[in-house]
Ligand binder design. Sequence first.
Ligand code: ADP
Ligand code: ZN
Length: 626
Amino acid sequence: MLIPHSSQPSPVKGEGELQPLEMPTTPLSLLNRVFGYPSFRGRQEDIIRHVMGGGSCLVLMPTGGGKSLCFQIPAMLRPGLGLVISPLIALMQDQVDALVQNGVAAAFYNSTLDGGQKNEIRRQAQQGKLDLLYVAPETLNSPGFRDFIEDLPLSLIAVDEAHCVSQWGHDFRPEYLQIAHLREHFSSAPLVALTATADPQTQKEIRDRLGLAQDPVFSSSFDRSNIRYQITVKDAGREQLLDFIRTHHPGQAGIVYVLSRTNTEETAAWLSQKGVPALPYHAGLDANLRRKHQARFLREEGLVMVATIAFGMGIDKPNVRFVAHLGIPKSVESYYQETGRAGRDGEPASAWMAYSLDDVVKLRRMIQGGEGEEAYKRLGGQKLNAMLGLCETVNCRRKSLLSYFGEDHPGNCGGCDNCLQPPKTWDATVAAQKALSCVYRTGQRFGAGHVIDVLMGKETEKGTQNGHDKLSLFGVGKELEKRQWDSVFRQLVGADYVEVDLEGYGTFKLNPKSWSVLKEGQKVWLREDPPLRKIEKGARKSKSTPRPLVVLEGQESTLFEALRSLRAKLAQEQNLPAYVVFHDSALREMVSRRPTTLKEFAQIPGVGETKLKRYGTAFLEVLRKA
Ligand code: ADP
Ligand code: ZN
C-alpha cells in the first residue's frame, strides 16, 4: 500500500509521488489502521478471507451493509491491481475520493479524463503503484483500455451493482455482459460480484452470467434496522410531508419521490418557500442542471431532493436522513431500493410514505397502458398488489417487507408505525358487501366517486340520469362518512376484493374474490384510518416541538455544529463532499468522547492513520476550545 505524499487533491486521484508506508499485513490491522474501524461487521470477515484465498463469490448485502471493504481490503493485500467495475461515474469519483482520503492508492479511469490523465494512470498501474482502479462498464470495451490492462496482474475483479447484468431487471446495462470475457482473460483473478438486490431470480442470473454458478453466495439479512418505516394515507399530501420533515428531520438531507416530473418542480418550489431548501430532479431536466442539482445534493448539508425515480441509483451520500414517497412505488423491490437510500451510515433514518387510491389507479393505468406483453403487464399488476399489501397491512411492516424477499423476521420490530402504534381494525364485512353490491347494481361502469355518492344517497345529475336514485341501495351507506368509504374502497382494491378497470376512468369490476364476500359471507377486516389532520390555511407551525430523530442538545449541539463547520471548510478546500472527510457518526463520537490527544482521537471510529495525520490537530483544536 502507498500513501500519497501531500494532502493536496489532484485531478487524477492517487496521482503524485507516492511514498511507501509500512504495510499492515492482515485484514484486521488494515481495517484498524487505514479505515479506522475496530472490527468487521456481519459477514465481511468471511468474505474477505474467501477472496484472500483466491475464491470468487457473490455478495448479497443491503445498502449500507459495508460491501466496499469486502473487495477493497483484499485488493490492497493481494499482489496486483484490483479492478472495480462500477456503473456510475459520479459514484466512482466519490468512492475514489474517500479511499484517497484514507491514504489508499486508488484511481478511476473513465471518459471524464483527458489523454494525459489516462497516461498517468497507466504509468502508475504498470509500475504497480495502484491498489484499486475503478472503471465504468463502457470503458471495458474501449480498445485503448483493453491494451492497457491486458498484461497487468490483477488482484481481483469486483463487480459493483452486479444486478445491472440482469436483463430483466430495471437497471440492466448491456456493457455488463462483457464482464464474462474479461473474466475468461483473467481466469486466475477472483471475481467478487456485489449487489443489494435480493430476489432469487436476479441472483441466479448474476451467477449464470458472471460464471459464478459454482462459487459461494454470501448473503446477509436485508433488514435495515436503522430505518423507521411509516406508511400513511394521503389527505393533504404536501402539508403532511412538510409536517413530517419539520417534526422529524428539520435541517437534514432527504429525498422525496413523487410520481410525475411537474410534481417534482412544484413540490420543490413549495418546500423551499416553506423554508425547507429543496431542488427538483427528473429525466426531463437539462443534463447540466441535473448534474448541478445532484452535485449540490451530495455536497451541501440539509438539502432535500424532490425527484422521480430517475434519481437515486448510485447515490452514495451516507447521511440521507429520510426518504419520503408522495405516491406509491410500483413494487416492493422499488420501495425497498428507494427507501434503502436513507441512512447508509447506519445512523437513525426514516422511510415515510403517503398514498391514496388515486395513486393506485394512476399506477395501474400506467402498467396497463405501457408497452409489452400481457404476461409482463400481469406481473406488473401482481407486483403492485404486493406493494399495496405492504401499505395496508396491520402487522409489522419490517416483517412483511422482509418476508417478500423470503426472509423470516420475528416481527414486533419496534421501528415501524404499526409496531409503535398498533392500528385498530374493524369488521368491515357488511360495508364491503354494500360497496360491492353497489358496484354491481350500478352496472360496473363507475369509479369510486359515483359509487360512494349512491351509497351515501347523494342526489346528482349522473345518479338521476342513470336511475341510480331509484335503486334499493341508494343511501344505504349513510353510517360512514365519505372519507371512510374512500378508505373502504382503497383497501378493497389493495386486497384485490375488487378490480379497477383501466381502459376507462378507473371503473370498478367484480372478480371472484368479490363474489366470495357477496355470496359466501367471506369476512373482511380493514384497518381504521387515523382521523383527518386539521390543517390550517397558510403557513403553519407544528404545535409540538419538532423532534429530530437524532437529538443533540445545548452545548453538545454547539460543539457538533463547530465540528461540522470545520469539516465543511476542509472539504471545500479540497472540493470534496463533507462526508468524505468524516461521517456524521464520527463527529458525534467526537462530541461524546471529547478526545484531547492525538492518541485518543485515533480511537474514534472512522479515523485511520492518514486522517489522523491530516485532520487530527485541527479537530482537536476545536474540541479543546469547547
Ligand atoms: P454498501 O456499499 O454495502 O452500501 P458501504 O461499503 O458504502 O456500504 O459501507 C457503508 C458504511 O459503513 C460506510 O460508511 C462504511 O465506511 C461503513 N462501514 C463498513 N464496514 C464497517 C465496519 N466494519 N465498521 C464500521 N463501519 C463500517
Ligand atoms: Zn414493526
